[in-house]
Design a protein around this ligand. Structure first.
Ligand code: ADP
Length: 481
């Protein structure tokens, strides 16, 4: 469908093609819709060379000059919104409306960091000795490697590229192998702004080879990664070699706790909006629903009614709520986890199967699913489901549900529904997560520091904290006399 249209990497501002290519698959049909270069060590090294050469001049530009490229980029992305959303929906599978929202979100993040780059203030600290000034400068960290995932391949790209450029870094970007074309399209728009050659480089190909080349090179001062905890741990080990900085946004096991005093309809709206967005492939997506015994039955009934009404379709079909999963391995995992839960006594209220009807059998579709009677022996309480499956557990006691929510190596997000203010604060204090929403399930804003605790990550994306991830401090003791 896209043929050769996105079959290139970007090195030093130029399109580069390779004899070796990888196919890009439409997850709704299993069909090949395009190809991209299958790069590795050599291509990555050329990209690092270009980024290293471009860094000094780029980092010396004023924040205002850098912002003008970013703002131009946002304009260009919005002007091409419809075509980008189509590409995103076809390549990744998500409903077209969600794809449009994601492209709008790209512009929101770019614009926010264009402005925030102007506020990377230093500090002057009162000295201990007469005649001295203690100064703290903020400097761009250097060349950065950006590794993005397949679930939000446009938004997460912007969440890394925008602060990196605003801070004065040059970069080498490696998109996920399932969704490289939307990255090529977005970086094309970035280069069309006239960005100096070598500031933005993009390589596609073998993840491990590109990753280890980025990490073995002492010129690459930082890796910003969003993806699985397993890969995050590999990157941490490899970062030790050159004491490379890391920002890691990793897996989660987010609970939503619905107390008996909650506004149930609001809770159902929030759970539906979060759990089934992007076919459940959201890092801060709800993994487990803890319903208080008193409202459990009512919550399950309301959720069942809403889940049964979800329309499963190809992402580009009008009215689609649930598209295919991005990758067959994600589908296999969901099937395995649901089967394990059912074998151990979970009740399937709706869904619970892979969709094999005509028109869907070659894609990676799983029916939106509600499981009741879920308990801690089931594998899906410990692993990130990352699919359209809502498991319901019951609880009676606040302290007990807190303990169960925290009984995981992950600590990305949590959600609580209650109208009791004292309970809200106990939950805020008690939940071991980096991000918490109360009486809502939406966390994404450019101005807030999103990130995980425990094995869910290191560092923050968004906010001034997200800009600081791309900067180093330089402290200067200046004696004047
Ligand atoms: P998921 O399990 O959600 O697919 P992954 O962690 O496998 O997430 O992938 C997220 C990103 O990390 C993708 O761009 C992928 O290509 C990349 N990746 C996978 N393995 C490695 C590796 N060994 N080194 C560097 N990047 C990797």
């Amino acid at each position: 469908m896209y043929g050769d249209k996105y079959n290139f990497s970007f090195i030093n501002g130029e399109k580069v093609q390779l004899a070796a290519t990888s196919e890009v698959i439409n997850p709704a049909t299993g069909e090949v819709i395009g190809i991209v270069p299958d790069g590795g060590e050599e291509l990555t090294r050329r990209a690092i060379d270009a980024a290293a050469q471009a860094f000094p001049a780029w980092s010396k530009r004023t924040a205002g000059q850098r912002a003008s490229y970013l703002l131009d980029w946002a304009e260009r992305v919005l002007a091409d919104k419809e075509a980008l959303a189509q590409l995103l929906s076809l390549e990744q599978g998500k409903p077209l409306d969600e794809a449009r929202g994601e492209i709008e979100g790209v512009a929101v993040y770019i614009r926010w960091y264009a402005e925030e780059g102007k506020r990377a203030y230093g500090e002057i600290i009162p000295a201990s000795r007469p005649g001295q000034q203690l100064l703290v400068f903020r400097e761009a960290i250097g060349v950065v490697g950006l590794i993005t995932p397949a679930n939000f391949p446009a938004a997460i790209l912007a969440m890394k590229v925008a602060p990196a450029l605003a801070a004065g870094c040059s970069f080498v970007l490696k998109p996920a192998e399932q969704t490289p074309m939307i990255a090529v399209a977005l970086v094309s728009h970035l280069l069309a702004t006239g960005l100096p050659a070598g500031v933005a480089n993009l390589v596609t190909g073998d993840p491990a080879e590109i990753g280890s080349t980025l990490q073995a090179d002492p010129r690459v001062r930082k890796i910003a990664f969003t993806g699985s905890t397993a890969v995050g741990k590999i990157l941490m080990r490899q970062a030790a070699e050159n004491v490379q900085r890391l920002t890691l946004e990793l897996g989660g096991n987010a609970p939503v706790v619905v107390f008996p005093d909650a506004d149930l309809d609001k809770a159902v709206d929030g759970i539906m909006g979060n759990k089934f967005e992007n076919c459940g492939q959201v890092c801060n997506g709800i993994n487990l629903i803890y319903a208080h015994e008193d409202i459990h039955q009512a919550l399950v009934e309301k959720l069942a009614e809403r889940i049964k009404a979800l329309k499963v379709a190809h992402g580009t079909e009008p009215g689609c709520h649930i598209g295919p999963m991005i990758d067959p391995s994600y589908l296999d995992k969901v099937e395995t986890l649901v089967n394990d839960a059912v074998e151990k006594g979970a009740k399937v209220v709706t869904g619970g199967y892979r969709i094999m009807e005509d028109g869907y059998q070659d894609g990676y579709f799983y029916a939106p699913t509600l499981l009741d009677g879920v308990h801690a022996d089931m594998e899906l309480t410990r692993r990130e489901i990352f699919g359209p499956v809502a498991p319901v557990l019951t609880f009676t006691d606040e302290a007990d549900v807190l303990r169960r929510c925290n009984d995981t190596p992950y600590g990305l997000a949590g959600y609580v529904y209650t109208r009791d203010a004292a309970r809200m604060f106990r939950m805020i204090a008690g939940l071991q997560v980096g991000n918490l929403a109360i009486n809502g399930t939406s966390l994404a804003n450019p101005q807030t520091p999103f990130g995980g605790v425990k094995e869910s990550g290191i560092g923050r994306v968004g906010g001034h904290q997200g800009l600081e991830e791309y900067m180093e401090l330089k402290y200067v003791a200046l004696t004047l006399e």
